[in-house]
Design a protein. Structure first.
Length: 388
């Protein structure tokens, strides 16, 4: 590769390939570019922390470099990973093993600068042909808000229609016109077929943003897809296992005796943390509470099967779940160097808001929007709900 942009595109196409980052670091080193150091320290920081002096130095240096380097560059080379669970749930409750499901966490982070139109992202300007108007709502005639764009290569577990490689989710931001129900629409495109893309944005001036947490128009966010394994809880467990088995599993969860474990003392001692083992399962060991692709059970309506496509969440984590669902890389930036992130440190001493309320949408009282797709007939139908 011969230039910066070529390396950045390669990283975007293979975000888990550390070799590309190290090759990029070598290329930068030869040119005396200090950005190479940031790329190199990601490798030792990505390993289980030994909690020693060297690891502490790496953490301190990372925190320093993030503040010194151009945010627009950092957002393109970073990756975000989910911490390992504090307990292996299928070991504690083997009956949950058959119901394990893969979801792809999106790890949204607010964009420091506008992202490429073809990138996977939340909000912002999408790759849209110049010969097509921005889409409008068939109910109120208002313009639709661009919500989520995903490249097929970034979400390998999602089935796309033949000869398409780009998913574009829009919905109507006029909640009142739809009785405060979600009104999503999806376009599946072949990105190579779009020769010329629009250089303007949909006119959403009728929905002015008054804060970073309201309405149905997202802030522009980078996404960093990462597959993780989930275990269903609550209604999802009943949908997958049936009433009898789900009830039996629930009783097993109630019998778990882990609240006195030494490594969990800080969790259970916090007034804002889990109160017992079942709550720990709900908050950390079961399902990701944030924005993700796939993982929830399908359902059948009028003979048609709807598969879970995406969940978007107002909050990516809360006071009981942050230890598991706040990315390792974010925890390193918010915690004291090489120390575990505690509730006091996160909510009282750090600027956590932009990590928790990332996407800038108020999604009803439950804070989550779910979109499902029916692939039984063409064109594929989508439906959306705002619920837990």
């Amino acid at each position: 590769m011969e230039n910066d942009e070529a390396f950045l595109r390669a990283i975007a196409d293979s975000p888990s390939d550390s070799r590309i980052r190290l090759e990029y670091a070598d290329w930068l080193d030869k040119r005396g570019d200090s950005r190479a150091e940031f790329l190199r320290i990601q490798s030792p920081l990505g390993k289980p922390p030994p909690r020693g002096a060297t690891y502490r130095e790496y953490c301190e240096r990372e925190q320093y470099l993030v503040k010194q380097l151009a945010p627009s560059w950092v957002q393109r080379v970073r990756r975000f990973t989910t911490p390992a669970p504090c307990r292996d749930l299928p070991v504690l409750v083997p009956e949950l093993n058959p119901f394990a499901r893969i979801t792809t966490r999106l790890h949204p982070h607010r964009a420091e600068t506008p992202l490429p139109v073809s990138a996977s992202k939340l909000g912002g300007r999408f790759l849209w042909p110049t010969n097509e108007p921005w889409p409008s709502c068939t109910t109120c005639d208002g313009v639709l808000a661009p919500v989520l764009q995903l490249r097929a290569k970034d979400v390998a577990d999602v089935a796309f229609p033949a000869e398409t490689d780009l998913l574009q989710l829009f919905w109507c931001p006029n909640e009142a016109a739809h009785n405060y129900l979600l009104a999503p629409r999806i376009w599946w495109r072949n990105s190579a077929a779009i020769t010329f893309s629009r250089t303007d944005d949909p006119d959403l001036s009728a929905f002015p943003r008054k804060s970073d947490w309201e309405g149905l128009v997202p802030l522009e966010c980078c996404v960093y897809p990462e597959p993780v394994i989930e275990y269903p809880v609550g209604d999802d467990l009943y949908a997958l296992a049936g009433t009898e088995q789900a009830t039996r599993i629930g009783k097993l969860l109630d019998k778990l005796q882990i609240s006195s474990a030494e490594d969990l003392v800080e969790r259970f001692a916090s007034a804002h943390g889990p109160k017992n083992a079942r709550e720990l399962v709900y908050s950390e060991l079961g399902q990701c509470p944030g924005s993700k692709v796939g993982g929830k059970p399908s359902f059948v309506e009028d003979g048609r099967r709807f598969d879970h496509l995406v969940t978007l969440s107002t909050w990516e984590f809360d006071s009981a779940s942050f230890r598991r669902w706040l990315a390792v890389e974010d925890q390193r930036l918010l915690a004291l160097p090489a120390e575990p992130l505690t509730w006091v440190r996160l909510f009282r001493e750090s600027g956590f808001g932009s990590f928790q309320e990332v996407i800038g949408m108020q999604l009803g009282r439950t804070q989550r929007a779910h979109v499902y797709v029916c692939r039984d007939r063409d064109p594929w139908e989508v439906i959306g709900f705002i619920n837990d």
